[in-house]
Ligand binder design. Structure first.
Ligand code: MN
Length: 295
């Protein structure tokens, strides 16, 4: 029995520290914890993860954030922990998300959008904290029409970890009987995990999937051996299924797992395609207005 479990243990390969934070637009002070430029295929189907804040925003009249910009070839997933964000895009979508909510935007063939704090939050000020994750699309889906999913807090199932150890919010994929509300193009899990100090969670993902455990706050040990501090993440070997997270402090952790997309990546700024030709085309299409504009 012990051998069976040991043979299916999923092992961390690397623990990575994140670089110093930088500003995105005038609203988001973020650490780029994960990037396909640095981490390549080991993180597929994920491309990038920025952790923004916690940052104090002083009250003002003009909403801060990121002005109109395009995306093509992937999805942007925004998880709000504190603050309130507004999104407007060239497909006519509008959404407002606040603490606990998630916006899952499929840019696919191309979208132009802006991401700003809401007017009400701007006037009131306060703490902001969020994560933006970029999820790649398979080549066959990169040019499908854009799609926008607002995943409100109430629609995201919360799974209690055994013995009151904490909770897992299943944003995408599944955990036991709980299924996340996000529609995805390839099989993946996105779990928002809170563990109490001293607690342990035993989790499993599919054999062959890439697995990334991101520590936003706190400090954890993986499989009883590898320590991961706040603002660090662990990349796992694809083989194996089971892993454990033990929290040394109250910890806020994101678990990302998914079937790797085994295709070449060509990326430039807000465009992630498969070839340089497609990147050039994306620039031309954006410049000529084919991705639309905000009204
Ligand atoms: Mn954007």
């Amino acid at each position: 029995m012990i051998n069976v479990l040991a043979s299916s243990l999923k092992r961390p390969l690397q623990v990575l520290k994140s670089p110093a934070p930088h500003w995105v637009g005038d609203g988001f002070h973020v650490r780029t914890m994960l990037s396909y430029h640095r981490n390549g295929a080991t993180v597929s189907p994920f491309l990038l993860l920025d952790h923004g804040g916690p940052t104090e925003i002083v009250p003002s009249l003009k909403p801060r954030g990121v002005d109109e910009h395009p995306h093509r070839g992937f999805e942007t997933v925004t998880i709000v922990y504190a603050g309130e964000l507004e999104h407007r895009d060239s497909a006519g979508s509008f959404g407002q998300i606040s603490a606990g909510d998630v916006q899952w935007m499929t840019a696919a063939s191309g979208v132009v959008h802006e991401e700003k704090y809401s007017q009400a939050f701007t006037e009131q000020g306060g703490t902001v904290e969020m994560v933006q994750l970029w999820v790649n699309l398979p080549a066959k889906d990169k040019m499908t029409p854009p799609r926008y999913q607002t995943l409100l807090k109430e629609t995201i199932p919360v799974v209690e970890v055994a013995d009151g150890a904490g909770t897992v919010r299943v944003i995408a994929g599944a955990l036991g009987e709980a299924k996340g509300p996000a529609k995805t193009f390839t099989p993946l899990n996105l779990w928002d995990v809170r563990l109490n100090a001293g607690a342990q969670a035993d989790l499993a993902v599919s054999e062959g999937d890439n697995l990334i455990v991101v520590v936003l706050h706190g400090e954890i040990t993986l499989n009883g051996s590898d320590v991961v501090h706040a603002s660090e993440l662990a990349l796992f070997d694809r083989s194996g299924e089971h892993f454990s997270i033990t929290a040394h402090q109250d910890s806020k952790v994101l678990v990302l797992s998914g079937e790797p997309i085994e295709e070449p990546i060509a990326g430039y700024g807000p465009f992630v395609m498969n070839t340089e030709e497609e990147i050039k085309q994306a620039m031309l299409d954006y410049q000529s207005g084919k991705m639309g504009h905000l009204r």
